[in-house]
Design a protein around this ligand. Structure first.
Ligand code: HEM
Length: 399
């Protein structure tokens, strides 16, 4: 078999490459990237099973998710793995990024590895944002509505992006289809392409090791295959057991079905977007744009171009005072804002969403001049006269 493969493919060459020794000083933190990759594969596998029973329409999505949890064999477990796996992936990707910062592994010649890593971080967050709408419950609907509204506040392209995401004037059937397509087709393709490039670059430059490796020590550690691969696989199995326990014992939240007239609903995004949500509260009126656009965009651009901005010598983080300070401030700010966001009583953004406006926008007669009849038909999330009246009453009471 080996001979057969060798005659036809560069089998020996690939194996020789994989058996090359790693740097002498590497530790468990160097397995975080492999763990992130494992989680991406787990999300793809569990998502593929969930998709067998899910329907992306406001009439069916919520019931489909209930059906998966209650009726489909192992459905509750697979949904649990997908739900907790998503949060775990954000945590692991973030820790992997911090590991790269800690040892200055983004420095030359690995700038491109870093840039593709940041793109992967954005795709990971994109998975979270688009997946949140799919259960079509209250939190899904309202958090997406607020999230899309925020993206609409960005100058120049903002309103256009918001419209593309919504697929119309309001969050409705088309939005759900679009988020489903992004979540199950666009983002997975992007993720696998980016991971392919990221891993090619990682293998091409070799592991950076810790900065205290001498030139000789860079090639005198254990081989990547089988030693490091074995350790990584053990880490993945342990992590899988933890996730399986979470899937078995921690219930995945599912609130009431989405109700766009529910003015009392307190919208909150998934926990890993809470820091951005909390940030908005400190910038009101003319300064709102700072929270919705300027700070997140500048922060992301600085992160993306970090290797080109920080040209200092490669050392461990605590021997680089400026990098140490900036990293600590960013981590403390993100963690602090997340905690404040999670414990905050009610978000101001909701006050903007009056039920009467809601109703007007989802009613076919009031969708505005640019909406065609065809577009209206697609929105099957429509309300009866009775519902409209009662929503208006609730709105007036709230005022
Ligand atoms: C889905 C997300 C990601 C996956 C699957 C992934 C995967 C990996 C793997 C398997 C490695 C080699 C093992 C290791 O050093 O841990 C690695 C290295 C690396 N990653 Fe990622 N990564 C992801 C996200 C990121 C992010 C967000 C960044 C930074 C912004 C990043 C930057 C890097 C860099 C610079 C290296 C080279 C490290 C070195 O040579 O020491 N990666 N990545």
């Amino acid at each position: 078999m080996k001979q057969f493969l060798n005659d036809r493919l560069p089998f020996d060459g690939v194996m020789a490459h994989l058996r090359k020794p790693l740097p002498k000083h590497i530790n468990l933190l160097f397995s975080l990237g492999s763990l992130a990759m494992f989680l991406l594969l787990l999300q793809a596998a569990t998502g593929a099973f969930l998709a067998l029973s899910y329907t992306p329409s406001p009439d069916h999505a919520y019931n489909a998710v209930k059906y998966i949890s209650a009726e489909v064999p192992f459905g509750k477990f697979v949904r649990g793995l997908h739900h907790w796996g998503a949060s775990a992936m954000v945590v692991i990707v973030f820790l992997h990024l911090l590991r790269v910062v800690l040892y200055g592994s983004y420095k030359a010649p690995r700038e491109l590895t870093w840039v593709f890593g940041v793109l992967l971080l954005l795709v990971t967050l994109g998975f979270g944002f688009t997946g949140y709408l799919l259960p079509w419950d209250e939190k899904a609907y309202w958090a997406t509505k607020v999230g899309v509204e925020i993206s609409g506040k960005a100058p120049i392209l903002g309103e256009w992006v918001a419209k593309i995401l919504r697929g119309g004037a309001e969050v409705g059937a088309v939005t759900l289809s679009r988020f489903y397509a992004l979540h199950t087709i666009w983002l997975p393709w992007m993720a696998f392409a980016l991971v392919g490039i990221h891993l090619f670059l990682v293998r091409y430059y070799g592991s950076s090791g810790t900065p205290n490796n001498t030139a000789e020590e860079m090639h005198s550690g254990k081989p990547f295959f089988p030693d490091q691969v074995f350790e990584d696989v053990v880490g993945m199995l342990i992590f899988f057991v933890v996730l399986a326990c979470a899937a078995l014992f921690a219930p995945v939240p599912l609130e009431d079905v989405a109700d766009p007239t529910n003015a009392d609903y307190d919208p909150r995004p998934e926990w890993y977007f809470l820091f951005l949500f909390q940030l908005l509260k400190y910038f009101q009126g003319p300064f709102e744009i700072l929270g919705t656009f300027v700070i997140p965009t500048v922060g992301m651009l600085l992160l993306l171009f970090l290797p080109f901005l920080d040209r200092s010598e490669r050392k461990v983080l605590w021997k680089r005072p400026i990098a140490m300070t900036v990293t600590s401030v960013c981590v403390i700010a993100i963690v602090g804002l997340t905690i404040l966001g999670a414990t905050a009583p009610k978000l101001e953004t909701q006050e903007e969403t009056q039920p009467a406006d809601e109703v007007q926008q989802v009613t076919p007669t009031d969708t505005g001049p640019e909406d065609t009849d065809e577009e209206e038909d697609v929105f099957d999330f429509q309300l009866t006269e009775e519902e409209i009246e009662s929503a208006k009453e609730v709105g007036e009471e709230a005022q």
